[in-house]
Design a protein around this ligand. Structure first.
Ligand code: SF4
Length: 272
């Protein structure tokens, strides 16, 4: 288990009023920065996320996961993983903190067999005890994608029924979740904080600040197993119909939804 006693003083009340009742002399900007505004004060989750984001700005991924676990009731933190090429780095940090933390894999029905085998390998190697496959609702699939070609006709609708809605249902039992996005991946990910509010939940991005080089160094230092498709030129791996090889010099995510004008599945811009 990862030592987290040093984090006790870093926990933040969900209600700013409680914070001031405890320490009315502490200026708000000491927790949230000078950009704090009315929206932060009005929403307890936004408040807590902003405060944790500031307090954890120099924390390691392991400390961030430990803080996430301490910030919610026992058993109310989940980690979402695609079991892709870099996923083992986040999962190793999870295992170091608490291998019993639930890990959710969105099993769309279109995952590579190699990804499912890699899930089993990583789960065993790291000793993760609660890896869950989250599957789409069968009735919704029958109604919206009975022929299994929605990904071709409307990939956003396909991601909605196979990823976004199943994850929303799975997360309804949790108060916080963590994921493996990095700022160096660019696009909308370039500015993600370490901690953010996701409607009524806290959302932790423990790897956000790490460079590509730092991630590679962690992967090697921990002697983590590579995803079997990486040796074949797949550097960002999702569903079979929407994943292609990445050419030399291309961004790692260039192989996702190639030519479809789509760069994200939608789970990171849910509204609930
Ligand atoms: Fe459908 Fe492709 Fe999204 Fe997978 S990645 S859910 S196949 S559109």
């Amino acid at each position: 288990m990862f030592g987290i006693s040093s984090l006790s003083s870093m926990l933040v009340e969900r209600n700013p009023a409680e914070h001031y009742a405890r320490d009315p002399s502490a200026p708000l900007h000491s927790f949230t920065g000078p950009e704090v505004g009315a929206a932060v004060l009005a929403d307890p989750v936004v408040w807590q996320a902003a405060a944790l984001n500031t307090l954890l700005r120099n924390a390691t991924p392991e400390h961030i996961i430990a803080a996430a676990q301490e910030a919610v009731e026992p058993g109310r933190l989940a980690v979402v993983s695609s079991f892709g090429t870099e996923s083992a780095i986040l999962l190793a940090a999870v295992a170091a903190v608490d291998p019993c933390i639930p890990v959710l894999l969105l099993d769309t029905g279109f995952l590579f067999p190699e990804t499912l085998a890699y899930r089993d390998l990583v789960q065993q190697r790291l000793g993760l005890t609660d890896v869950r496959a989250i599957q789409p609702n069968a009735e919704e699939i029958a109604g919206e994608d009975s022929e299994g070609n929605l990904h071709h006709r409307d990939p956003n609708a396909c991601c909605a029924v196979r990823k976004v809605r199943p994850l929303a249902g799975a997360l309804s039992r949790f108060e916080a979740w963590a994921n493996g996005r990095k700022r160096f991946q660019g696009g909308g990910r370039a500015i993600i904080p370490l901690v953010e509010a996701d409607a009524t939940r806290l959302k932790f991005n423990p790897l956000a600040a790490l460079s590509r080089e730092a991630l590679g160094a962690r992967f090697r230092a921990l002697d983590l197993p590579p995803h079997p498709l990486e040796r074949n030129g797949f550097y960002s791996i999702g569903c079979v119909p929407c994943t292609s090889r990445t050419a030399p010099g291309e961004d790692a995510r260039a192989g996702r939804w190639r030519g479809r004008g789509k760069t994200e599945c939608g789970i990171h811009n849910r509204s609930s």
